[in-house]
Design a protein around this ligand. Sequence first.
Ligand SMILES: Cc1cc2nc3c(=O)[nH]c(=O)nc-3n(C[C@H](O)[C@H](O)[C@H](O)COP(=O)(O)OP(=O)(O)OC[C@H]3O[C@@H](n4cnc5c(N)ncnc54)[C@H](O)[C@@H]3O)c2cc1C
Length: 424
Amino acid sequence: MTYDILIIGTGISGLYCALNIDKSKKVLLITKSKKEYSNSYLAQGGVSVLKDSKDLNLFIEDTLKAGHYKNNKESVKTLALESRQAIENLISLGVRFEKNENGLIYTKEGAHSTNRIVYHKDITGKEITDTLLDRVSLSSNITLLENTKCVDLLTSNNSCIGAIIEKNNETEKIYSEFTVLATGGIGGLFKNSTNQNSITGDGLSLALKHNIILKDMNYIQIHPTALYSKDLNKRRFLISESLRGEGAILINSKGERFINELLPRDIVSNAIFKEMNKTKKDYVYLKADFLSEEFLKNRFPNIVKACLDEGYNILKEPIKVSPAQHYFMGGISVDLFGRTSMDNLFSCGETACTGVHGQNRLASNSLLEALVFSKRIANFINSSRGAFIYNNYNFKASTPIDKSKVIDLLKREADFLDDSIFKY
Ligand SMILES: Cc1cc2nc3c(=O)[nH]c(=O)nc-3n(C[C@H](O)[C@H](O)[C@H](O)COP(=O)(O)OP(=O)(O)OC[C@H]3O[C@@H](n4cnc5c(N)ncnc54)[C@H](O)[C@@H]3O)c2cc1C
């Protein structure tokens, strides 16, 4: 099969990239599982956005400070400057961010100096993904294939010319002028993560295999507040930071507060680990029962229900939480147009490293990064002269994606990781 553009991944970065490609170009979008089975679908809190031009310096400073100033400043500036347009585009596509008579409502999360996050209840990711999937289904130039896994890239002289896909145990070559890796993060490799199990760093494995440059492989984010569960085989349910943004507090088993809940995630997670060590418990508590029941039920319906399903009534009692792997700031090294070190191969979303997050991502900047940089890839491709399409390339037999290579690299780069925390 031959396409103008092959996009691997149906999270927000893959979908938004596809929708921004010129309608005259034939796009193939693939996902290894069902189309909704992505981390994007799970996102709760919202999307950061520049409220007005007065907020520019502060938004940039908040992002740099959370990232311990290890961020790429150009990427951060681009993120902030193009954020407003991304949100306006989503609204024009049909995304229903919360509004009142004055316009959009902005909420707050940790390490943001001001309220600048737009959201839809506590299911922002589902709202955006569903809207984008609807739009994709109406786009005659886009074909979406589910349960179709990319198992290798087709390359020639450091140029990507497509990929090998596997569907129903059969492999097939897809030739494309441009290929976009939007395969998400690494959480599925960990026993203890908020991510979908199937998000297993496949883009990174492919990059490793083809000597594509990776960056910041030790920058792994641990979220402070996943709902505590004894069952380690289950995905950990995230208790969104926006709950703390709306006033919920962290307490230890004696009912004492031990940290400012709105500091950056890495600092709050470390404080929780220390408290867990001190109290010899596997969890601390998150207390929201002093907020009104009506507010909690309206603002966080999904969280209230998920807690009840686990046997906790967040409306009436503190709930048990502990940190869990959540996000990967490193990834395939890309420039401001999503270009990787291989010609005609682009990458966006969590699998790419634009350097925007530095060492620690500021809450709600991930969906924004996915939107801003996937659109930049689409714009770049739209204005590029088509690359040469190979249609009978004699590729070597491909080997299956090797998760252990990525795990080995993560362990080598991040000295706080050991075998016990990985699934494979
Ligand atoms: C519980 C939770 C809550 C979150 N809340 C927020 C939030 O409120 N705000 C925020 O900004 N961020 C949030 N995040 C982070 C954010 O959701 C993700 O970083 C972002 O959605 C990643 O989007 P993506 O498009 O890069 O990847 P994903 O949405 O993870 O999609 C990856 C896609 O790649 C496909 N894929 C992977 N490997 C292959 C392969 N080999 N072949 C074919 N397809 C493949 C997958 O099937 C999937 O379709 C949250 C994350 C989680 C887990």
